[in-house]
Design a protein around this ligand. Structure first.
Ligand SMILES: [Fe+2]
Ligand SMILES: [Fe+2]
Length: 138
């Protein structure tokens, strides 16, 4: 099991473990981008890394939504909406890569998406963690 960087820990071991894996996949995608996207012919690595990231993003979001539903988090719907927005951003990124693979558009990868994913943990996930752990909100 991957160990979470304390900076990203929300204090709930089950979710921290999923976030650690998620962060690892984000890092792998970013690393693939750096090395692969300079060469047009080598985009498959980045596309594959993003596919894995999208799959895990979907499974993490579903698992987290179940978790906060069980704990009666009052802002469940707003949190779900943030998840949907983030997932849509990752899907857009995937479309950009696919378009590049087929040579229809020049590639411009929005790596900000990966930063928003990390920020989501520290801002939005931290909020439900504080609610569940009975800590004062930020
Ligand atoms: Fe999360
Ligand atoms: Fe979340």
């Amino acid at each position: 099991m991957a160990i979470i960087d304390p900076k990203y820990s929300i204090g709930i071991p089950e979710m921290d473990a999923q976030h650690a894996r998620w962060i690892q996949l984000i890092a792998e995608f970013r690393a693939a981008c750096e090395s692969e996207l300079l060469k047009q012919a080598c985009i498959d690595g980045a596309a594959h890394a993003l596919e894995e990231l999208l799959k895990y993003t979907r499974s993490h979001f579903a698992s987290e939504e179940r978790f906060i539903t069980e704990h009666k988090y009052p802002y469940l719907e707003a949190h779900k909406k943030k998840h949907q927005e983030l997932e849509a951003q990752v899907v857009n990124l995937q479309k950009e890569i696919q378009a590049h693979k087929t040579g229809t558009t020049p590639l411009k990868l929005n790596l900000f998406v990966t930063i928003w994913l990390m920020e989501h943990i520290m801002q939005e996930d931290e909020k439900y963690a504080r609610f569940i752990l009975g800590k004062p909100s930020l």
